[in-house]
Design a protein around this ligand. Sequence first.
Ligand SMILES: [Zn+2]
Length: 482
Amino acid sequence: MGCQARFLVGGFLLVGALAQAADVPDVAKLLVDVIRINTTNAPGNEDKLAQFLKTKFAPLGFEIDIIQTPQAGKSHFIARLRGNGKKKPVLLAAHSDVVGVEREKWTVEPFDGVIKDGSVYGRGAIDFKGGLAVFAQAILNIAKNKIKLDRDIIFLSEADEEGGLYNTTWLANKAWDKIDCEFSLNEGGWIIKGKDGKTSYVSISTADKGGVSLTLTAKGTSTHSSMPRPDNAIYTLGRALTKLSAYDTKVKLTPETRMFFSTLAEVSPEPMKTTFRDLLSDDPKKVALADKIISEDTLLHAIMRDTIAPVLMNAGFRGNVIPGSAEVTLNFRTIPGTTTEELIDEIKGVVEDPRISIEPASPTTSNVVLTPEQKQQMAAYQKMRASLKPSPLDNELYKALVKHALAVYPTAKVTPYLFQAGTDSSAWRSRGIPVYGIYPYPIDHEDLKRMHGNDERVPIASLETGVDLIYKTLLDVAAALR
Ligand SMILES: [Zn+2]
């Protein structure tokens, strides 16, 4: 243990020296610093990051609020740069917690913020400490440049986005006046680089997919393993999973998703140009064939349908007992409008086995046993998310983002987008406040694969263009007119 500790200290100093080097831009230094504050959720420990951010924002005249949650060490950080109050505030929100790592699969220390080959490596580099650093740096630059503002700019570093009970829904109920705004930026769409290294499209999310989890429980006879019976619960569950593995849900295209695929058709060479067009056609045969081809890309597969992923299994407790039950949790990411009841019916139809029961489950954590009250809250939350309307395209913030995305990335097309996962934006969307989502840095598919995976990284040059995009967008929507 002592040896390991010495190694870590050595690594820290080396990377620290690199991060301080003059040619590393401020936004990358900031990202290195925030990656080093380990906010793996659970438990999150987001308060450590909140205290660090205070040292960056407070000296530049921001009003700081650190909202402590009932869980020790978990807080939300809010920094407000005052304008003259002519208009309602603009809010930039970034979650500060990250998912855990499979340390042995990383080639660098995931919480050292290593700079290598022009990228910052570390858990959260893309999701979403990179965005936190870009949003924070752009707003800090507004303050440093003493820009006069017609509206407040609020920076929010959120807790519990990756799971837990004290996310922005909790925060909005607790301290709405601190985060009320006219419109908001959050994580969401992508700035995607093609194989030629050029930015091919910018997708700005105007809606998120919903999330539902269901537990399938197979029942059988619990008995001595020396006398196996045909009704083994593990086999029953296995057969159900085999049926599910061969099944895929049908294509459901929202208006935003249609615009997104139409943009892909514009920026793609043949034969994909025609394939994307076929997906948007009225011909079911063309759609089915296009779906098959396009679905080879897992991201594109995900945004055109409700997705199903088995994520947890549980069966048995010792080596000489056949267990009486076996269960699997399925995580669904749903197109807005899909209800839990519809999913239960759909899965029942696929499994076709009365020995299997299907129940709603906790969406993100296996080790939290929910009280009946919390289960009810969870169901209400999922229902609310399924009913949210997308944010409008004729909005001042959206239009400014599009304008500057086209200027900063001249090779790119810009499109609205249904985000393939959930974010914490529902706290605002449910109150009728438009939220637009972007991971504000160009990345390629190789980088994208590493999100929530191993050796997560973001190019430093991309972080810099991201600050440029967000800074100019903020000037457009918040700077005082002379
Ligand atoms: Zn995220």
